[in-house]
Design a protein around this ligand. Sequence first.
Ligand code: BGC
Length: 446
Amino acid sequence: MKTVTAGTIGLTGLAGCTGGGGSEATTTTTDATTETTESMDGGDTTTEGESSTDYKPLEVQHWWTGGDGNKAVTALFEGFKQKYPDIKLKENPVPGGGGTNLHTVIKKRVLNNNPPSSWQAWPGKNLQPFVEAGKLKDIGDSVWSKNGMKDAYLKGPKDAAKPGGKFVTVPINIHRLNNLFYNKKVVEKAGVDPASISKPSDLVAAMKKVENNTDAVGMAHSTKHPWPTLDLWEAVLLGEYGRNTYQAVAEGKIAENQQAVKGALQTVKDYKQYFNEDNGSVSWTEANTKVINGEAAFYQQGDWAAGMYRGQDGFEFGTHWDQVSFPGSKGVYAFNMDSFPFPKNNPSPKATEKFLQYCGSVDAQERFNPKKGSIPPRTDVPKDEFGPFLQRQMDDFKNSKAQVPSITHGLAVAPEPLTGMKDATATFTSDWNVDKTFQQMKQAFN
Ligand code: BGC
């Protein structure tokens, strides 16, 4: 495989993975180092005839800590250890929802040719700069030809695993973004029927009713980091202005869609008065506990929020919480995925191959997804473990008239413009200036 020299477009793009400015740059984590000094190009590995003693320790980085998917990743690692007891696995988590801190750590380690064995990474456009910089290995044969992966995977995840035309990563889940979760008791007490809210702007009146008739706030939200507000904005954009506009905006056509971009910002601004007062200091998981405790009626989030409900005793789907498609977006599945890429200079190439093969298996996806609140990218994973909510998400996915990739979660937008979008959102949540944010969003793609 070819390499691109430093300073070319590839590394420039990679430099945009974290960007400066915005609260994304506020990492407090330290750079992890691998335990081995061996530097190998992952391109020359083979699993033929290897003995278990050949395995170097595997280092895997992710941001699934606490309520944000920890039970799911623990179940995944348990399954892997059962299958490969001889491979030492070193988990090296970097907390921070939406990858707030991990992106920074990974960019630095990859640029220093000191990557972990693999890490939690959105596939698709997010990995494009890594591919352009020649940092990822082609795993079409070593991984994707195993476990019937090429036949069993849905087309979308398979395509997202090939950001530059070759397989470089293994998607493990599909999350949905255009959800409106709600506390059932609160909305019932308020006399609000979430299914009857037909467009995002109508949610304002519903939240007013909640606040008039209950002690709860209309909407749980976190503005501590920009990504949940960018998420909310993209859900509003999709629901109010439709998927063609959404997709054009994801392609960077901000100026051409001025009215929609600004209109969606204004709607988010209209929601603000119904947010929990501490929105600036709580994380997305802390905001979600307000739905669980009945302190908030609604929550717009990816269905990782449902993974958290599932781990909560006495908070049952259908009785205590439920979900509708975000108003105006019924029939559309706005999605993102998590995947595990194979970097070159891999500290443990053989162990990494095994780990990635495992992530692509039925067993791994059956263990991980029910706890994560996501559905599997393989089509042959038995549904029994998934429970009624995720089974409904699977049906919604299957019956959806369109599946649109997430802007905020890196599938549709490359790291550099995405950093610009997050910076614009960080400014928005401090001054709530629609015109200024629109200009900054436009700049993000220039
Ligand atoms: C990831 C999810 C994660 C969520 C919140 C998303 O970008 O895809 O796996 O649960 O961020 O941190």
